[in-house]
Design a protein around this ligand. Structure first.
Ligand code: PRP
Length: 207
């Protein structure tokens, strides 16, 4: 069995559709229930749904041979996995955002609230800017509104959350999309299968 970790949710369903069209279907996955793993014995495939931010851990530790993870997670946690293919779905960007009229006072340490502490630290280190990272788990947009931080580093997809909270993108750090990743040992062990899967999936990637 090739174990495949998919991110639970709307993105995962889109991604599974790509696997299905590429010939790696698993009809059981379409049944309405709360099961978390599904097998197609004939094709030797086992899919399972995991929290999107956990896919990389399953793959890095070999519980999954391959999986689909956002580039944000790969940049933040730098898991020791192979990145095989950009699926060009789940597209968004990692940004610095803050009040529309924000201007950085270089005489002060910049307070940055974020879920992505490594990405924020690396970004500001590359600029030589001193920051105080304020780690949060959600509703990051509240931080500058309540004076907890000066700016935030967060994912922007449509921009609606920022707009509705009177914030704006100040800088784009990096574009993000979903990536096919593989465990390093699994890649050696199942190389022909994984390469064939990658090749067929790449034909489902829309520009
Ligand atoms: C993300 C992100 C923003 C929002 C951006 O949050 O943290 O809050 O999406 O999307 P938009 O530009 O389309 O408005 P998510 O919904 O993933 O939830 P989270 O707060 O748990 O991170």
């Amino acid at each position: 069995m090739l174990n495949i970790a998919l991110p639970k949710g709307r993105l995962g369903e889109k991604v599974y559709g790509m696997f299905e069209r590429a010939g790696f279907d698993c009809p059981a996955i379409r049944e309405e229930n709360r099961k978390l793993y599904f097998e197609n014995e004939a094709l030797g495939l086992r899919y399972f749904w995991v929290k999107p931010s956990d896919v990389a851990i399953y793959v890095e530790r070999g519980a999954a041979d391959i999986g689909v993870a956002g580039k944000d997670i790969l940049l933040e946690y730098a898991p020791d996995v192979y990145e095989l293919l950009d699926l060009n779905v789940g597209r968004c960007r990692m940004c610095v955002a803050g009040p529309k009229d924000f201007s950085d006072d270089l005489s002060k340490t910049l307070r940055v609230a974020t879920k992505f502490t490594s990405i924020a630290s690396d970004y500001y280190a590359s600029l030589g800017r001193d920051i105080d990272v304020i780690p949060l788990n959600g509703s990051i947009e509240l931080a500058p509104i309540l004076g907890l931080s000066d700016v935030i580093v967060d994912i922007v997809e449509t921009g609606t959350t920022l707009k509705e909270n009177n914030l704006a993108v100040l800088e784009t750090i990096v574009p993000i999309s979903a990536r096919l990743i593989a465990n390093k040992s699994s890649f050696v062990f199942y190389r022909p299968r994984i390469e064939e899967l990658t090749r067929r999936l790449s034909q489902e990637v829309k520009p």
